[in-house]
Design a protein around this ligand. Structure first.
Ligand code: G6P
Length: 609
């Protein structure tokens, strides 16, 4: 999704801006641009495609300035063209923007009537013209931005510069993430702190409605009432946030391989020596809240939604508490009824997904009992706005297709399920049994990762296919959904997941020798039913690829490939069976030559509706 970087410094900021944009590339984008001030003029470069194109253009043009703003754009209003790329300019004003200005049509109309000429189809251009218009009334950039902001409806983060102010940058945070980075004699803004880690590790996380007046040596933050306010700075351990591909060909592969360590980090400090969960693993108020809850509502998007879907089975079977799960974009606009004493659980890798945040805010308006979020980013908006938070500690996830974030979410969710189950009478021995199983995951996942070469070999067989079906039953149905999502995201092969019992109610009609069918077959109560479903596929000449518990006897034959999985308990099987499906998608995508880490049209963090 769109990214913002801005800098005010003694040195030339062009390289800082480009490096910052490169660090945001993983979020997904289709064009990029930057603007600096040189000799009282806005110098702007924009390119479609990769940041590298912009870098080459900036180098060729010898872009130089002590203040600048830069942007990666993920098209919402208007095609991904150079004209629509940011920064947008109105006279001496240049603007970069993340988010959406919802009333842009109305403003465009009004500004056009006042003589402004629009050269792009974006909603952002209205901001540039608005600030320009307000500058004519109050010739001070801060005052003009403060006067322009009340006209804007929607969610946005802005970076704004003025040609006559070569040492000043104004930034606004209203509903879209923006951080302030503090350097020595230089200051920065970024839509994600990752963008600024090469230049600082001191950050201020802004509140909604904040406007910052930024210079080299100083900054002032004004709240939405226009009062100057102090916000505390946080120092990040840059080492922890360091991320490069190492020896891996793609971030996604590296992140798949990082799962054993990531899970270990998720468990660290949450487990006591006697294999019990720390009572305060979900915060000091958690035990009191868990005592009173009667229902769980889980809300999330994408991969995080699949994690919630798995947890629904666990909540009901292990904790005996009713649980609903829904995608945030549906929930937020539905007239839903929340049962009394509902724990509202949001799941999000980034903690900035617009729909998930909006669903939480909607639910709060309705008056929820308590909210809890499971998130990978401790400084995110979702964490700040939830009553309880659990940080997964997966480490930065750069590949757009989520992998380690998912499996660590599942671990976090199982800890939550057991914590809730404890207050509802779960036996000590059962708690310890589940915890020990979670603790064994790093070793088990290492053995699954050892299947990589075998999976890579069969991936060849998917290279020319157009459709794939994924099957699972029970808690493995969402595992199949996640497998299908991974494959379509990165290989662009159409993939659908079905609960295997539904096969004969429709999808069986599609099955023929050209349609690979992937199934996950753990050793549980449903295995015999699943085997019958697989027979239904074989009888129609469907090509089956089955990841099966080594104790389940499924004999390979022509058209039926079986991958022996370690024999694990049903509690942790959804986590274990996720991994081979990630590897399969990865290798299929590599064979098809797609952009694995930044698949077309997708974004890592979807901060617009
Ligand atoms: C985007 C990403 C997915 C992610 C989803 C939810 O679609 O491409 O990988 O699962 O957003 O993101 P979140 O940060 O809320 O987990």
């Amino acid at each position: 999704m769109c990214g913002i970087v801005g800098a005010v410094a003694e040195r030339n900021v062009a390289a800082i801006l480009i490096e910052g944009l490169k660090r945001l590339e993983y979020r997904g984008y289709d064009s990029a641009g930057l603007a600096v001030i040189e000799n009282g003029q806005i110098i702007r470069e924009r390119r479609t495609g990769k940041v590298r194109e912009l870098e080459l253009a900036a180098q060729a043009a010898k872009v130089y300035g002590h203040v600048g703003i830069a942007h990666t754009r993920w098209a919402t209003h208007g095609a991904p063209t150079e004209d629509n790329a940011h920064p947008h300019v109105s006279g001496d004003v240049a603007v970069v923007h993340n988010g959406i200005i919802e009333n842009y049509e109305e403003l465009r109309h009004e500004l056009t009537a006042q003589g402004y000429v629009f050269v792009s189809q974006t909603d952002t251009e209205v901001v540039a013209h608005l600030v320009h218009r307000e500058l004519q009334k109050a010739p001070d950039l801060l005052a003009a931005v403060q006067a322009a902001v009340p006209y804007l409806a929607g969610a946005y983060a802005l970076g704004i510069i003025l040609a006559t102010e070569p040492k000043r940058l104004i930034a606004v945070r209203q509903g879209s993430p923006l951080v302030l980075g503090l350097g020595i004699g230089e200051n920065f803004i970024g839509s994600d702190q990752l963008a600024l880690l090469p230049v600082t590790n001191r950050f201020i996380y802004l509140d909604e409605g904040d406007i910052i007046d930024l210079g080299r040596e100083h900054y002032t933050i004004y709240d939405r009432q226009g009062q100057a306010v102090q916000r505390s700075a946080i120092e990040l351990d840059a080492q922890l946030h360091h991320s490069d591909k190492g020896t891996y060909r793609h971030y996604m592969l590296k992140e798949i391989y990082e799962q054993p360590q990531a899970i270990q980090r998720t468990l660290e400090d949450r487990i006591q020596a006697n294999h019990r969960i720390q009572p305060h693993a979900f915060g000091t108020q958690a035990p009191d809240i868990f005592e009173k809850i009667k229902h769980i509502q889980i809300i999330a998007c994408g991969t995080s939604y699949h994690a919630g879907y798995v947890a629904r089975y666990w909540f009901e079977s292990i904790a005996g508490i009713s649980c609903n799960v829904e995608v945030a974009s549906e929930y937020r606009y539905r007239q839903s009824v929340l049962p009394e004493n509902t724990l509202f659980v949001t799941i999000s890798q980034s903690g900035e997904t617009a729909d998930t945040l909006a669903a939480l805010r909607e639910a709060k308006k309705k008056g929820i009992f308590a909210s809890l979020c499971i998130c990978n980013v401790p400084t995110s908006t979702l964490v700040r706005e939830s009553d309880l938070a659990f940080i997964t500690h997966a480490g930065p996830e750069i590949g757009v297709a989520s992998t380690k974030a998912f499996t660590t979410q599942l671990v976090a969710l199982m800890l939550l399920v057991v914590s809730v189950a404890k207050v509802r009478g779960l036996e000590l021995a059962r708690e310890q049994q589940i915890v020990q199983q979670l603790q064994s995951l790093p070793v088990i996942l290492d053995s699954v990762l050892a299947m990589d070469k075998a999976i890579e070999r069969i991936a060849e067989e998917f290279g020319e296919k157009h459709h794939t079906l994924f099957l699972g039953r029970g808690a493995h149905y969402p595992v199949a959904m996640e497998g299908a999502l991974k494959l379509k995201e990165i290989s662009y092969i159409h993939a659908e997941a079905y609960p295997a019992g539904e096969l004969k109610h429709g999808p069986l009609a599609l099955v023929d020798h050209d349609m690979p069918v992937v199934a996950v077959a753990p050793n549980n109560d449903l295995i015999d039913k699943l085997k019958s479903n697989l027979q239904e596929v074989r009888a129609r000449a469907g090509e089956l690829y089955v990841f099966a518990d080594s104790k389940v006897h499924i004999t390979p034959e022509i058209g039926l490939k079986v991958f022996a999985m370690p024999s694990v308990s049903d509690d942790i099987a959804p986590i274990v069976y996720t991994v081979p499906l990630q590897l399969l998608s990865y290798h299929v995508a590599v064979i098809r030559g797609t952009d694995v880490d930044q698949p077309r049209n997708l974004a890592k963090s979807v901060t617009v509706e």
